[in-house]
Design a protein around this ligand. Structure first.
Ligand code: SF4
Length: 206
């Protein structure tokens, strides 16, 4: 049996949430081939094992049917967004797309999860992500350092409040770049936030 590689597959960020069509799911199974493992991750990406020599072909075919492909390695994961139940405009679907395009796939010392919620109800649990973005009417709040794992689980801390749409991508990418450059080895993002302090991160993100 040949070498296998994992790719991360997800539907586009959309109103209604992480929706696959029946055709997309069937195609994933067919393209992965018999015996391949397909894992549903906790961060709304499907990890699909494919033969290394067919990976580009599989990616192209999945993209043709509307699916998005990301690295399954150490990188910023695709945005973990809410279901936009308040509608695309009010919940900021376009902003979520722009943010996802800007950050998903950036290589990082450990996988980084960015949550996005279209309102303060936060049903996509942005407070439990490394970076959580919450739309508050016309502006955005940004939380950092949410930690859902272990007995020391904790919610993110408010880093920025009232951020304009035009500033959001720059602020989030600044935080990620600073983490990439200053993390000690595979330092957890929540520990990094505690070590460098919110005050310093605020200056970096501004
Ligand atoms: S975060 Fe708000 S807009 Fe998004 S699905 Fe939940 S309630 Fe709806």
């Amino acid at each position: 049996m040949g070498e296998k590689i994992k790719i991360a597959v997800s539907p586009p960020i959309q109103v209604g949430g992480s929706l696959f069509t029946a055709e997309q799911l069937a195609a994933i199974g067919t393209l992965a081939g018999p015996g391949s493992k397909i894992e549903m991750t906790s961060f709304k990406q499907m990890y699909v094992e494919v033969d290394t020599d067919r990976v580009e072909d599989v990616k192209n075919n999945l993209q043709k049917i509307g699916l998005e492909i990301y690295s399954a390695g150490f990188s910023v994961k695709s945005l973990i967004a809410c279901n936009f139940c308040r509608g695309a405009e009010e919940a900021g679907l376009e902003m979520a797309h722009i943010l996802n395009k800007a950050v998903a796939g950036i290589e990082t010392p450990i996988p980084i999860k960015v949550g996005y919620a279209g309102c303060a109800l936060g049903t996509s649990e942005p407070m439990l992500k490394d970076i959580g973005v919450v739309k508050m009417k016309e502006t955005f709040d940004v939380y950092v350092g949410g930690e859902p794992k272990s007995l020391k689980a904790s919610v993110g801390k408010l880093l920025l409040s009232g951020i304009a749409q035009e500033q959001l991508v720059q602020s989030v990418t600044n935080i990620i770049s600073f983490y990439k450059e200053n993390a000690k080895g595979k330092e957890k993002f929540s520990k990094f936030v505690d070590r460098v302090t919110l005050e310093v991160l605020k200056q970096i993100a501004a």
